[in-house]
Design a protein around this ligand. Sequence first.
Ligand SMILES: *[C@@H]1O[C@H](CO)[C@@H](O)[C@H](O)[C@H]1NC(C)=O
Ligand SMILES: *[C@@H]1O[C@H](CO)[C@@H](O)[C@H](O)[C@H]1NC(C)=O
Ligand SMILES: *[C@@H]1O[C@H](CO)[C@@H](O)[C@H](O)[C@H]1NC(C)=O
Ligand SMILES: *[C@@H]1O[C@H](CO)[C@@H](O)[C@H](O)[C@H]1NC(C)=O
Length: 282
Amino acid sequence: MKCILLGLLLIGSVIAKPDISLYEDGVAAAKEFQPEARIIGGEVASQSLATSYLVSLSASSIAYAHVCAGAIIAKEWVLTAAHCLKELENTAGNVIGLPVYAGLKDRSSVENAQVRNIDFAFSHKLFNVSDESSPDIALLHFTPGFNFSVDVSSVLLPYRNESYTNQTVVTYGWGLTKPTETTYVKELQVARSEVLPKDQCLEQLPEDAPLGVDQICAKTSACLGDGGSPLVYETKGGSELVGITSWGYLPCAVNNRPTVYTEISQYIKWIADVQWAYYILN
Ligand SMILES: *[C@@H]1O[C@H](CO)[C@@H](O)[C@H](O)[C@H]1NC(C)=O
Ligand SMILES: *[C@@H]1O[C@H](CO)[C@@H](O)[C@H](O)[C@H]1NC(C)=O
Ligand SMILES: *[C@@H]1O[C@H](CO)[C@@H](O)[C@H](O)[C@H]1NC(C)=O
Ligand SMILES: *[C@@H]1O[C@H](CO)[C@@H](O)[C@H](O)[C@H]1NC(C)=O
């Protein structure tokens, strides 16, 4: 068994097929697979759901190739996972200039999407791609920013240290819907679950799981391609960004293991500091 940063090992179907060795412990374990609240076994998101903050990050500026998702936190800013940025860098060489697609639900047509090109990207300095417990968070900037509309708007940030333990949260994603699939899903998937208390999460993960202090878990069984996808708490006043999809175990959705998310309420000051530094420098 092996834990991975979701989205890191598999680029959109346009570019690569998954490495079959990823599924090394899959054969025996797959029998225990039970559909539950998850992106694997999730459902197609209805058009009316408020996902206007959701973006898809493409690994190519020539053809749209989904790698990861992200969340709009302001007209000019998107929050995603640092491992997604690393993946974009590895694939495209440089993230500057890569397109970000907003206002999408069904990825088979991107004509109506608002597209912006990254002009500044910053990962947490302590992020280490070989250490799943490190801060898996990154900010992307665009000039000009998105034009907010019914289809494109921002998610709300939590208060510093705000806890969502035991709250029902929702995640949307375009990742694999079956552990054995090789192409990313086109229609947005949705899954609901609760934020697990830390002790329950640790109980449900293998003993040596590298769960970081600023990481939270939900039983949503995210899979490859769901990296950077927002985990939100939906209220009448809007959706609050609880987490960003970081890592899980392969094969996806086996043994009903939780998926691990970067806990955004622990990074509110970091976000403000990066934005401040950007505006000072530019
Ligand atoms: C990154 O993590 C790996 C695995 O935990 C560790 O061996 C390595 O020293 C870390 N690198 C840095 C720069 O901290
Ligand atoms: C988007 O907003 C900019 C101003 O920020 C404006 O110049 C542009 O026309 C707008 N585009 C659309 C499609 O509304
Ligand atoms: C958040 O928690 C940290 C560590 O427990 C504490 O040092 C800090 O003062 C808290 N911040 C706020 C705004 O509550
Ligand atoms: C979460 O629910 C568990 C019961 O499943 C309970 O023991 C715990 O106190 C709750 N935690 C919070 C912060 O509400």
